[in-house]
Design a protein around this ligand. Structure first.
Ligand SMILES: Cc1cc2nc3c(=O)[nH]c(=O)nc-3n(C[C@H](O)[C@H](O)[C@H](O)COP(=O)(O)OP(=O)(O)OC[C@H]3O[C@@H](n4cnc5c(N)ncnc54)[C@H](O)[C@@H]3O)c2cc1C
Length: 416
């Protein structure tokens, strides 16, 4: 769609949040456009065909808290098959690289750690989650590794109050054709201008003046859904400046999580949806999903400072590290049966600059500050503004719907 010169509501970003907002405004009578810097819809939700038989979600893959996740109903409406089989973490360890007794011991240590955080959060005082590791516990490095997957960073950078506010119903499903493909299909009917990078929003006059790579447009209201790292870095400049938004976004940085998929020879020798993780006692390690949906591949997941290091090492580093780790766990012969197909590099992605948000210790309140409207004209959404489902695609969707309701309420007040 080409850029109009006047619009009622400009939505910045066509990720789950922006598309959720656009859908919620559809029958409102307001004119709406989604301005998206990329050449595609979905943002951090992105499915690619990585090999002839391998569909790969480069970003989000799991319908977390699936029994409360609105994308399940959307998938059903759009005829995207939802796979309800159990996730590979938990009981699906492959081989004997992480023996069952060791796993039981590890899970016990991790559960006790989570209970200490929950108890501490009840006091209402914030602190770093790393303080609740039991000194000397041999599983501490692995508990920290799990944090790098869940939060995108090590526990010392995680607020316990924020961690405790996250709502996990522990039901995790998937979309057979890809979560990214689902979100792109959901957005297909929304009016969107692609390759349209917003650089500046002037809110000093009665109408907003939005500067983009495709020219300027005037809008009555805007919903801003770009990631916290982009707001904190002032990738979009606001005039006058919005220092409280920049500070709040800086308190909610994106952690780093990256994925890699490797083609697997003789795949039939491996279980469908198995998990491979060594009891390596290191925080710097990947975790591996064997044959997701039965596909002939292994998917690796890396997080935190290790994911950053590998990204900085350049393209191909996740694949090389995965092949080395898998060969170390299963034997050097496996090396020959693995071929790199695709990998993500989200910290280097100019329109994300990271993977998903976490609150730094002392900063859980920043989610509400970031979400608050400015002058009933600038509205903020995106996963980081979700009070309980931050860091997820459904949290992003719901935040967009919430921002749309705020826009409608403000418009109604203006008319009254
Ligand atoms: C590796 C990885 C794994 C994940 N796994 C899961 C998972 O299993 N389950 C889950 O629920 N979530 C997961 N997530 C998180 C989930 O993908 C995100 O929380 C969600 O997609 C964020 O949606 P959003 O709309 O808030 O932001 P985004 O998707 O980032 O959307 C913002 C949009 O704004 C655009 N934009 C940026 N700057 C500009 C600009 N200047 N002008 C115009 N447009 C701009 C961007 O291109 C983007 O399309 C994962 C993420 C990653 C990276």
């Amino acid at each position: 769609m080409s850029l109009p010169s006047e619009i009622d509501v400009a939505i910045i970003g066509a990720g789950a949040a922006g598309l959720g907002a656009a859908h919620a405004l559809k029958d409102s009578g307001l004119s709406v456009i989604v301005l998206e810097a990329r050449d595609r819809l979905g943002g951090r939700a992105w499915t690619v065909q990585a090999g002839p038989d391998v569909i790969f979600d480069v970003g989000c893959g799991w319908l977390h808290s699936a029994n409360k996740n609105p994308f399940v109903a959307i998938a059903e409406q759009l005829n995207f098959e939802v796979d309800r089989s159990l996730p590979p973490w938990g009981d699906r360890a492959f081989g004997d690289v992480f023996p069952q007794q060791e796993r039981i011991d590890f899970i016990r240590a991790m559960d006790a750690f989570y209970e200490r955080i929950e108890a501490a959060a009840k006091s209402g005082h914030d602190s770093a989650a790393s303080l609740y590791l039991e000194p000397g516990n041999r599983w501490n490095p692995m508990i920290d590794a799990i944090s790098t997957y869940v939060n995108g960073c090590e526990l010392e950078r995680v607020s316990i109050l924020d961690f405790d506010a996250y709502e996990d119903t522990e039901i995790n499903w998937r979309v057979r054709r890809g979560y990214g493909a689902l979100i792109a299909a959901y957005g297909a009917s929304c009016p969107a201008a692609l390759n349209c990078k917003v650089t500046r929003i002037d809110h000093s006059q009665a109408r907003l003046l939005i500067e983009t790579s495709q020219g300027r447009l005037n809008a009555a209201k805007a919903i801003i859904t770009v990631s916290t790292n982009l707001i904190a870095d002032e990738a979009i400049r606001f005039s006058p400046a919005l220092p409280e938004k920049i500070d709040a976004a800086a308190g909610l940085p994106l952690g780093i999580a990256n994925k890699v998929t490797l083609a697997l020879d003789h795949a039939e020798e491996f279980p469908k949806d198995g998990n491979l993780r060594g009891a390596t006692m290191r925080t710097k390690m990947g975790t591996y999903h064997l044959r997701p949906f039965g596909q002939p591949c292994i998917e690796g997941y890396f997080g935190g400072s290790f994911a950053r290091e590998l990204e900085d090492a350049g393209p191909g580093a996740f694949a090389a590290q995965s092949i080395d780790e898998i060969a170390a766990l299963l034997g050097n012969d496996f090396r020959l049966g693995l071929k790199p197909l695709a990998e993500s590099r989200w910290a280097h992605d100019p329109f994300a600059r990271g993977s998903y948000s976490h609150a730094l210790p002392g900063h859980t309140g920043d989610r509400a500050i970031l979400a608050a409207p400015v002058d009933q004209r600038l509205f903020f959404a995106g996963e980081a503004t979700s009070p309980h489902f931050f860091s997820t695609a459904h949290g992003a969707l719901e935040s967009g719907q919430r921002a749309a309701r705020e826009v409608l309420a403000a418009a109604a007040k203006h008319r009254a």
